[in-house]
Design a protein around this ligand. Sequence first.
Ligand code: CU
Length: 198
Amino acid sequence: MLNKNFVFAGVIAGAMLAACTGHGSGDVVPASGPVTLPAIAPDVAITATLPKNTVGEELPSAGLGTFNSPFWKATIGGFTQTQFSQTLAFPPDTKITLRNLSHTTPHTMNVIQTVQGPPAKFPANPSLPTSPAGHGILGAGFRSGILQPGKSVTITLSKAGTYLIGCAFHYSEGMRDVFVVEKGAKPGQEATPPPDAR
Ligand SMILES: [Cu+2]
């Protein structure tokens, strides 16, 4: 379901080429050479705006960037529901897809703690197990488990609240964010991506 919606230019071009070479008889052998598509860059997924109700995660240094939020008084990064790192916000009872945008690196999403509001004080050395917990429902103690590159998991946001989240592997590399589940809440401003990551 998600894959169908998660289209970007390279996929469309590929589909069109496939259609061209495929019409007529079913056993046409595609011509070699000119049909070769340009390689899809490892970080191409992050150049697409994510489908509705999707959170993408990736190292800030791999292209998502970090954002210094005056509202939360914290530097966040590694998670987005648009294109670049931002604080996350959805209304309660949304079912979201958490997608690892990397083609090479496993990530997780762990709830570190719940907070009442700003400032977001990320603890220096939180416990960050990589095993899944919480039965797919975001809340205190929720953990996605290890998401391999390109993989997704569904998370239901049935508990309103404000959560500090992080990646078990890359918390110290800036994969930490604020996740607000509240009626009318809006995701935060997006980071400016690092110039060398595109
Ligand atoms: Cu990670």
